[in-house]
Design a protein around this ligand. Structure first.
Ligand code: NAD
Length: 260
């Protein structure tokens, strides 16, 4: 059954591609008004918006680099001004960066990954909370990763950002819980999107990846999007402060299926 988000006002960051696009489509199909953010894919964002509007959805596109504290805050306040408020924030925008062992990492690149994956989520959440706290209502969902818990060689900035984002979720859930605001994380495993095309586009790396997933296949972005729609809906009214894994049991140490 689809979630019911009738009358809710949502903002999805990084909505012009992959998970963000499907989350935007699912929230709109569930009845929410959706502002979806894009960074550089203006044409793609506009064509998604046009497509959704044709089907009667109330959507707008919002350009911003979420790692810029001023632009991120302006984006959130713009949507609040336009729609008179915000009920749902999905912090989805993210990059995994370039492979580099920690002692070889380029510092600008290392910091950029943290700024997009962690600072950006904080800037948007902070601005949304300024509205949600006095209203005593709202939901913030942060897209983390199985790498909030699984280390990943060559991607220390990504794992640090996602682990930090998971703790940000828990801390804000503690702070905002008394105001009736839910804050949670959704940690995808390996979901087929542009971010990991280099892996699923090559039979050898795909085979290696599938061995890490007890469920034996990659996830589809629609499977994440449906879970997001449920989690931000009132049907999930007592879920807050934790991470929901959508990962085909990837965090369950697949190697142990052959004995320990
Ligand atoms: P994607 O590359 O298709 O989407 C990432 C989106 O983030 C894009 O729309 C991109 O434009 C946007 N973005 C990047 N930098 C930005 C910035 N500075 N400001 C605003 N937007 C920016 O990849 P995806 O798989 O859809 O990733 C979405 C989220 O899911 C990311 O946070 C990613 O870390 C997380 N994730 C994905 C997987 C997976 O297997 N696909 C697994 C775990 C976590």
């Amino acid at each position: 059954m689809a979630a019911d988000l009738t009358g809710k006002r949502a903002l999805v960051t990084g909505g012009s591609s992959g998970l963000g696009e499907d989350i935007t489509r699912e929230l709109a199909a569930s009845g929410a008004k959706v502002g979806f953010n894009y960074h550089s894919e203006k044409n793609k964002a506009e064509s998604i918006a046009e497509d959704l509007k044709k089907n009667g959805a109330d959507v707008i596109t919002m350009q911003a680099d979420v790692s810029d504290r001023t632009l991120a805050a302006e984006m959130v306040s713009d949507i609040i001004e336009k729609w008179g408020g915000i009920d749902i924030l999905v912090n989805n925008a993210g990059i995994d960066g370039r492979y580099a062992l920690s002692w070889e990492a380029d510092l600008d690149e290392w910091e950029r990954v943290i700024k997009i994956n962690l600072f950006g989520q904080f800037y948007c959440a902070r601005e949304a909370l300024k509205y949600m706290i006095p209203k005593k209502s709202g939901v913030i969902l942060n897209i983390t990763s199985v790498h909030e818990t699984i280390p990943w060689t060559g991607y220390s900035s990504y794992t640090v950002a996602k682990a930090g984002l998971s703790m940000l979720t828990k801390t804000i859930a503690q702070e905002a819980g008394p105001f009736g605001i839910r804050v949670l994380s959704l940690a995808p495993g390996a979901i087929k999107t542009p971010i990991n095309k280099n892996v699923w586009g090559n039979p050898d790396t795909l085979k290696d990846l599938l061995e890490k997933i007890p469920f034996g296949r990659m996830g589809e972005s629609s499977e994440v999007a449906r879970t997001v729609a449920f989690l931000v809906s009132d049907a999930a009214s007592y879920i807050t402060g934790s991470t929901i894994f959508v990962d085909g049991a990837m965090v369950d140490y697949a190697d142990f299926s052959h004995g320990g």
